[in-house]
Write a protein that binds this ligand. Structure first.
Ligand code: ADP
Length: 287
């Protein structure tokens, strides 16, 4: 459950100052949004996946629907709002750094009343924070009450109520999001332990090229990532989370699920783009 955005990308030599105009490259339009990225990654790897989200009735909506459909995602809960779809306006500079403005569009209209009871029949429901927080809270409570496992990616980072954290199994954060929640950065092991003490049932911290750490009642486990040549890390965290959810749904332990997820995350950094970089079979995964 989450955001569905069109990523509109232009490369520039430098960003314009206020009042200034610069010329950029041709516009590239890619399907994105954390919710859609996770759904596409999971479906490509063979999970039976549905997305609960909102798109607009514009051309971007058509593109976004087609990308989800092509990956095999069930669109029965993809709702349409009159008006614009969510977009991310992305400028890329010659150093590869991006600046992003997200216009949530239809994502902002995903309401607690949109939470469908069929959600509750899923083994795992994955959430991120690009849709309204009250909607995440209502859906996570409903999913948990219905017996689904709740996974929350705290991205983009923001404060969330303790009763939402308490449902997370796991809470998935990168190092920046972990430091944000804790109020300060620390060694990853220490942050994992401190985050677990905040109330989630389990925690995963992703560590980029270093892989990930899991923390639950059995302790903290380091899960190294395969070494790959990173071309573009966009959407790597979404690929990781999707793969984690897939293996948790199939009954893996958290650490075993993370051992698979780092391979999927590493595969996603070898190619440009988010959804365009996601592997289609386990044979494509680095070891
Ligand atoms: P986010 O993209 O959310 O900031 P990370 O950068 O921690 O998250 O990356 C998520 C996962 O993607 C990592 O746990 C790892 O599996 C994989 N990954 C990211 N960057 C690299 C890299 N340079 N080499 C190998 N794997 C990577």
């Amino acid at each position: 459950m989450g955001s569905v955005n069109a990523d509109l990308v232009v490369s520039v030599d430098r960003r314009p100052a206020p009042g200034e105009t610069v010329l950029g490259s041709d516009l590239a339009t890619y399907p994105g949004g954390k919710g859609a990225n996770q759904a596409v990654a999971a479906a490509r790897l063979g999970a039976r996946t549905a997305i609960l989200g909102r798109i607009g009735d514009d051309g971007h909506g058509d593109l976004l629907r087609a990308a989800l459909s092509e990956a095999g995602v069930d669109l029965g809960h993809l709702l349409v709002t009159p008006g614009p779809s969510g977009v991310a306006l992305i400028t890329l500079d010659p150093d590869g750094d991006n600046s992003i403005i997200v216009s949530p569009g239809a994502n902002a209209r995903l309401a607690p009343s949109d939470v469908d009871a069929e959600l509750l029949s899923a083994a795992v429901v994955s959430f991120q924070l690009e849709i309204p927080l009250p909607t995440v809270e209502a859906a996570a409570r409903a999913a948990d009450a219905g017996g689904a496992r709740v996974v929350l990616n705290l991205s983009p980072a923001r404060a969330v109520p303790d009763d939402l954290l308490a449902l997370c199994d796991p809470l998935v954060v990168n190092e920046h999001e972990a430091a944000y929640l804790l109020g300060a950065g620390d060694e990853p092991e220490a942050m994992a332990t401190a985050l677990l003490a905040r109330g989630p049932r389990s925690v995963v911290i992703t560590l980029g090229a270093e892989g990930a750490l899991t923390a639950d009642a059995t302790g903290v486990t380091a899960v190294p990532s395969p070494k790959v040549e990173a071309v573009d890390t966009t959407g790597a965290g979404d690929a990781f989370t999707a793969a984690l959810c897939l293996r948790l749904a199939r009954g893996d332990t958290l650490a075993d699920a993370a051992r698979y997820a780092v391979r999927v995350g590493a595969a996603a950094v070898r190619k440009p783009g988010a959804q365009s970089s996601y592997p289609a079979t386990d044979e494509d995964l680095p070891v």
